[in-house]
Design a protein around this ligand. Structure first.
Ligand code: COA
Ligand code: MG
Length: 299
């Protein structure tokens, strides 16, 4: 498939050792799957899970982005995970608990040594106090050209800091915004943390909407039931698409060909809005292409 505009609305964790979940994951309409070899796999099961996942990825028909969450690279398991991910031709490797630049450099060097293609990207989990404090430094291009996304790990942040945020995550917001800013300052994508109570649809929708307002590109998920609401929340809404179309067609009129700024229905519209409108329409195209793929359907 051709991916002109990668989508990040819904990124589902699938436990690497769970055969049933792996099998089920192929047909899901998530924009991406993180095959988890870390938290979701017990220490003594790491090797077996890696082999299961290798077999699965060789035959998987999942059409979205494929990401493997590896164990820390400095452990033997981490290096084996990386080799497996490289061999499987996945889109990205997600590094846990990134808090210093050496972690990123070491992972990038290991991938280079494996002759991994440049399109194999690194995603970094920001889930410790030190990771949050250093997020901008970690996100800088010079650290690793392979880095393309920051992923928030809210459960670990809660554990490591003892923070007890309210349902709106009020107390977490400064830290979340710091991570969002670090990503935006460096042209990276940024994904919000998981919502654990997968039966609470209203609460999940509220948290998705808040995440979108904050500038997240999408949300990490733990359960298939969370895919459709995340896709809806992080995709462009109907009003947004209508606006984008109006802006593109207004600038396309001959009399506006040289205009830097125009008005539409009494609202100032600049060329920067045209850029954003084109992005919204490209995203709509990518979503249409994604949902017409044979293997993407809801469970
Ligand atoms: N990926 C793929 N399939 C999943 C899934 C996931 N993350 N979570 C649930 N499913 C499947 C189940 O296998 C089940 O399939 P089936 O009915 O065809 O057998 C179906 O969806 C319904 O699941 P449900 O019974 O509601 O939940 P569960 O008790 O099977 O699983 C969890 C609940 C939390 C254990 C499970 O969702 C999970 O493991 N999530 C990911 C956890 C994870 O990776 N954590 C680390 C990162 S934070
Ligand atoms: Mg974690």
């Amino acid at each position: 498939m051709t991916r002109t505009h990668a989508l990040f609305r819904s990124i589902l964790y699938v436990p690497g050792a769970n055969a049933r979940a792996l099998e089920k994951s192929d047909g899901l309409a998530a924009d991406g799957i993180v095959y988890d070899l870390k938290d979701a796999v017990a220490p003594e099961a790491k090797g077996a899970a890696r082999e299961k996942l290798r077999e699965h990825l060789a035959v998987s028909r999942f059409a979205g982005q494929r990401i493997v969450r590896v164990n820390p690279i400095e452990t033997g398991d981490g290096t084996e995970d990386l080799l497996m991910a490289r061999g499987a031709g996945v889109d990205a490797v997600l590094l846990p608990k990134v808090e210093d630049t050496d972690t990123l450099k070491d992972a990038a060097r290991a991938l280079d040594e494996m002759d991994a293609p440049a399109r194999l990207r690194l995603w970094a989990m920001i889930e410790t106090p030190r990771g949050i404090a250093r997020a901008e430094k970690l996100a800088r291009k010079g650290v690793s050209g392979r880095l393309s996304s920051l992923v928030v790990g809210t459960n670990d942040i809660r554990l490591a800091t003892g923070i007890r945020p309210d349902a709106a995550r009020t107390e977490l917001l400064p830290w979340l915004m710091q991570i969002v800013l670090a990503a935006k300052a460096n042209g990276l994508f940024v994904l919000d943390g998981v919502y654990g109570d997968f039966r609470d649809v209203d609460g999940f929708e509220r948290e998705c909407a808040a995440g979108r307002r904050m500038g997240f590109d999408g949300k990490t998920l733990i359960h298939p039931a969370q895919i459709a609401p995340a896709n809806a929340a992080f995709g462009p809404g109907e009003a947004e698409i209508r606006d984008a179309e109006a802006i593109v067609s207004a600038f396309a009129r001959p009399e506006n060909a040289a205009a830097g700024v125009i008005q539409i229905d009494g609202r100032m519209v600049e060329r920067l809005h045209l850029t954003e409108a084109r992005r919204v329409l490209a995203m709509r195209e990518a979503i249409a292409a994604r949902s017409s793929e044979p293997s993407s359907r809801d469970p």
